[in-house]
Design a protein around this ligand. Structure first.
Ligand code: AMP
Ligand code: MG
Length: 359
């Protein structure tokens, strides 16, 4: 299969250029497109055969449900059997945007989408190209991240090509994704609602609108027999570059950098190629190593938007080990740390517990 790339200017959308992509979706093909979170791999959500092509192209386990993307609020009542008041309040305030709401599904949703669950995740993206594409297609569009399952999500069309060239029909290229991490997933089919995956919308923003929510324990903790995530996708190895990721955590950034340098030196001496994920505040401390700044600790959204592309960049540089600084879990920091710990397979070095280095 030849993968066709269509370039679209997000500031000045050429509808005629976008039409073939909408047509391809209508005809049951797979089309990758930009959203504000990451690039999605879309197919007609009402067509089980089209949806199964997504699973095949990504190598996605069939028990991991897909999020359905819409451009029009009216569609929610067609796709669900019950819309709680709290969902309405959240849609009013936070849609379009990086928030997926899990609700009881209606009978139009094919079983391939929900992996047999009686709920469906729905989101209205805010990216103008995503909205226009879904409007032109006139159908709800199922779209997980457009990467090979398990790898870091794509935040640019080139990342999609790197993973899925020849496996999907089309890619709509409209530059880089703004948020850089996937949507927040909130299950509003239960009360209080449960945060299943942190993302671009923070728990604080949600609680300001609907009051208390619960946070699924598996967001920051290992999945075990007694700690099973409610979101099936969260049990898989995720977001992982080829390199082994190690996170270094500390309440003191100087101590954190000291332990990072110690580990960088140790792995370098073992003949490993090391990549360092620093922050603007600590970048200069790593001048002896191959270092990229993830962004500014005081503006965690800058870190969110670069994290996955830095993982991919270090894979391109053939790093064996990626050492990454943990950041604060406040606000979007919770989503950043959720992705980091999953990428690292929970390999976290607690620098505060390291007493003497090199001793
Ligand atoms: P992705 O499409 O790769 O961004 O992943 C979608 C995420 O949403 C996965 O973690 C899924 O498990 C989760 N998800 C989608 N639909 C549901 C649902 N009906 N119930 C619980 N989690 C869901
Ligand atoms: Mg994904």
């Amino acid at each position: 299969m030849k993968t066709q790339v269509i370039k679209i200017d997000a500031e000045n959308i050429n509808e005629n250029a976008l039409k073939p992509a909408a047509e391809a979706l209508k005809q049951g093909m797979t089309v990758a497109f930009p959203t504000e979170t990451v690039y999605g791999l879309g197919a007609n959500a009402l067509d089980g055969i089209a949806v199964s092509k997504i699973f095949k192209a990504k190598g996605r386990p069939s028990d991991n449900p897909l999020i359905v993307h819409i451009a029009d609020r009216e569609k929610v009542s067609e796709l669900t059997s019950f819309i709680p008041d709290k969902a309405v309040a959240l849609m009013d305030k936070l849609w379009p945007g990086p928030l997926t709401l899990v609700m009881k599904k209606s009978s139009v949703i094919p079983k391939e989408i929900t992996a047999g669950l009686d709920t469906v995740g729905i989101r209205m993206p805010e990216h103008p190209v995503a909205l226009e594409l879904i409007k032109l297609a006139g159908i709800p569009v199922a779209a997980p991240s457009a990467n090979v399952s398990g790898k870091p999500s794509p935040t640019a069309a080139q990342h999609v090509l790197d993973d899925l060239d020849g496996k999907i029909e089309m890619i709509v290229d409209a530059g880089s994704s703004r948020v850089g991490l996937e949507s927040t997933v909130l299950d509003v089919s239960s009360d209080p609602p449960v945060l299943l995956r942190p993302g671009g919308v923070t728990p604080c923003q949600i609680e300001e609108i609907i009051g208390h929510i619960e946070i699924d324990k598996t967001i920051m903790n290992k999945v075990t027999a007694d700690n099973v995530p409610k979101s099936p996708g969260m049990k898989y190895k995720h977001y992982s570059p080829k390199a082994h990721v190690i996170i270094v955590e500390s309440s003191d950034i100087n101590k954190q950098a000291e332990v990072m340098c110690y580990l960088a030196e140790k792995y370098k001496k073992e003949g490993k190629k090391v990549g360092v994920c620093a922050t603007d505040q600590t970048f200069d401390k790593y001048c002896l190593y191959d270092t990229i700044s993830m962004g500014d600790r005081n503006h965690p959204e800058t870190i969110a938007s670069s994290l996955f592309s830095i993982f991919r960049e270090f894979d391109g540089r053939r790093a064996d080990i990626i050492l990454a600084e943990a950041v604060d879990q406040n606000g979007v920091g919770l989503a950043i740390m959720n992705r980091m710990v999953k990428a690292a397979g929970y390999d976290i070095v607690k620098a505060d517990l390291v007493n003497s280095i090199g001793g």
